[in-house]
Design a protein around this ligand. Sequence first.
Ligand code: GDP
Ligand code: MN
Length: 381
Amino acid sequence: MRLHEYQAKQIFAKYGIKIPKGKLATTVEEVRKIAEELGGKVVLKSQILVGGRGKAGGIKLANSVEEAVEIAKDLFGKVIKGHRVEKIYVEEQLNIQREMYVGLTLDRAEKGIALIVSSVGGMDIEEIAAKHPEKIARITINPLYGLWDFQIREVLYKSGMPKELHKEITGIIKALYKILIDHEAELTEINPLVLTDKGLFAADARLNVDDNALYRHPELKELRDYTEVDQIERIAEEKGLNYVKLDGNIGVIANGAGMSMSTMDLIYLEGGKPANFLDIGGGASSEVVKEAIKTILMDKNVKVIFMNIFGGITRCDEVAKGLVKAFQEIVIPVPIVLRLAGTNEEEGRRIIEEFLEREKKNIIVVETMEEGAKKAVELAR
Ligand code: GDP
Ligand code: MN
């Protein structure tokens, strides 16, 4: 989960990193009030969960209250890189003398935490690496040993950071490291870190926390901005389902990430497009299966559902029971292509057959996943 800049800055400030004075606004009137408080010379920063806002027109400088108001009128409601601006963070303008970069991120390949520093900043890190390779340095921190001063010195020297800034940046890097560890974050970044006559400030702030660790951080969970999350994804998350919305018309229910992905691959191979990725996980109960079907049907693009279950820990009879339950509780307006294999396969099929003898429902039972994908693509046309 990615936090908004204003949220990340509040956390950075608690760890002693200097941030410009600023407040969040959701209306033009609030922007006016905050701009007045800050003396008129302000920066208006769109709070949208995407990078490169500056280049895309989401960050604007205003030199008076009136100018701030005019910019705010234009920014609110504007769609920037696919995100609608609903919140604007209004900050005092900094007198920037120099822009730099510091960031920490998980490096799975190195099994550690990468510390990346650059004596130039403001543009994205890939661009810095391409244009100024000699001004960027990185090392990998072993999380078991933690971050050592000599490691910080190494990156500061290698990145060509001016000597007089080393002491203050060292403090900032240590704070960022502590933020990363304390919040179980995947990324903490300041880009740009700016030099002003009052020292170093975080002009921007990024903090991405690990969704899978959120249950240990209820205070972070509350920061999730649901206006930036798909409605169905939000409901699925509340039900504990692994659901990702895609833009096709074939609903996919499978057990396990591998099964879900290979099911989607087969659909693409047959010339179709999945409407989602829904993984019910291992050992799903009939209740979970029923909820999965309900969730998928919220997406009005879905023309057919392909349930592809390979029973291991998951039992096919539980899946079949879930499907029957779903038919009893809700109207299912689309055909369901069902493939059941593995644990309790016969029992699962028997439950479906008996159900179909009693009630005329549109369930098509197939033998293999290839056959299922073909059938689903055909029905979706
Ligand atoms: P991003 O483009 O989404 O990464 O947004 P940033 O917050 O990094 O802002 C983009 C650029 O706007 C920065 O690199 C700065 O050059 C500029 N900027 C941000 N805040 C200020 C400020 O207070 N004063 C001035 N002069 N420029 C700023
Ligand atoms: Mn930035």
